[in-house]
Design a protein around this ligand. Structure first.
Ligand code: SAH
Length: 346
């Protein structure tokens, strides 16, 4: 038996060609495309304005590899975590985070992760594969529907801070964002989308060359090479100087301020030396700093620094005119917070 093709791997043009080749009008391709993307059809059966014969013909040639939300958990703070089953049975997680004035989707880009950040639960899962563009899009669309259901409004923001390293699945992440921002997809503004990377200089430069319009966040956690490569061992291959240079290139091309994500831990980066190194790093490219609360991942090697250390960070950064926000963590009770996504069931 020939394996049926994933219909959503086709561009609109290819779909139009397919119909012409099969003796139909190119316009049919537009109709089907709309069902697949803006109407998020799960099956050919759903496509009610397409004739039965045509639907059968599509069925004979293609599959729709739609994701399935397997388990949904709701946190006491309103955060929702979806365990999402992919067509080959693998599972990833995505999260809906409601705050006062926005609803954010946090989505995964890979099944597992090939990086080795010691403080992150996802790093302990083997990287199984990259997600396809449609699997990324489906996560967003599922969360958008949940947002409408529970909060009566559409999703307002998207962060690529779920499982995986988005820049190691570059093409599919960009294709998914293209779809999310297009009128045929969800029509969201790229300014409301943030891609978070652990910092791969070559790929940051590629983003700049591609003149992307979304925001960039970098998980920095330390501006001292020796410390950073101890907690994020992969980063030995990407010294801070190279990272800095790629970010300057990003800013020169896009004019978009970079966000540094930063957790302060006891005995790791809670010193004045660490703060001063961060200040120096921040002076290089226009940026802002998000201090993220640490979400423990069980074995106790990392502990959130005491409040005084956080206060010191804030006051020294502010003294140097660097924008700093403190990000409270959400959904901790259902293992939905940053770094806790590890397919653990309740
Ligand atoms: N690979 C990408 C995106 C996924 S991680 C990246 O590294 O940016 C999303 C964010 O959660 C990153 O800033 C990461 O450093 C942070 N994070 C990971 N584990 C965490 C934990 N246990 N507590 C708090 N933040 C964590």
């Amino acid at each position: 038996m020939i394996e049926k093709k994933d219909i959503r791997a086709l561009t609109k043009e290819q779909l139009r060609d397919f119909f012409v080749e099969h003796g139909d009008k190119a316009f049919r391709g537009n109709q089907v495309y709309e069902w697949l993307w803006s109407k998020s059809a799960h099956s050919f059966e759903d496509m009610t304005n397409i004739s039965k014969e045509t639907r059968q013909m599509l069925e004979n040639n293609f599959v729709i590899n739609h994701i399935k939300v397997d388990q949904m958990q709701r946190s006491s703070d309103g955060t929702v975590k979806n365990a999402v089953r992919l067509h080959d049975g693998l599972i990833v997680e995505s999260v809906l985070i409601p705050t006062e004035n926005r609803t954010t989707a946090c989505v995964s880009s890979q099944v597992g992760c090939s990086l080795d950040c010691n403080f992150c639960a996802t790093a302990r899962l083997k990287k199984m594969r990259n997600l396809n563009a449609d699997e990324i899009f489906d996560q967003v669309s599922a969360i958008n529907q949940e947002s409408l259901l529970y909060h009566n409004h559409k999703l307002s923001n998207i962060v690529f801070m779920g499982m995986g390293e988005p820049l190691m699945n570059y093409n599919n992440v960009l294709k998914a964002i293209e779809k999310i921002t297009s009128e045929e997809g969800l029509g969201m503004s790229p300014k409301r989308i943030t891609v978070s990377t652990s910092g791969i200089p070559k790929m940051i430069k590629k983003l700049a060359d591609d003149e992307v319009k979304f925001n960039l966040a970098v998980s920095l956690h330390s501006a001292i090479d020796e410390v950073r490569s101890k907690i994020m061992p992969f980063s030995k291959a990407f010294p801070l100087n190279d990272l800095k240079e790629s970010l300057a290139y990003w800013y020169a091309k896009t004019g978009s301020r970079v966000t540094y994500e930063y957790v302060v831990w006891n005995g790791i980066n809670d010193t004045k030396e660490a703060i001063n190194a961060l200040v120096k790093f921040c002076k290089y490219v226009p940026c802002k700093v998000n201090l993220i609360e640490y979400n423990p991942i069980d074995d106790g090697d990392f502990q959130q620094a005491n409040p005084q250390a956080i206060t010191d960070y804030i006051s020294i950064l502010e003294m140097n005119d660097i924008i700093v926000n403190v990000r409270r963590s959400r959904g901790k009770d259902i293992d939905a917070a940053c770094g806790q996504l590890a397919n653990k069931k309740s």
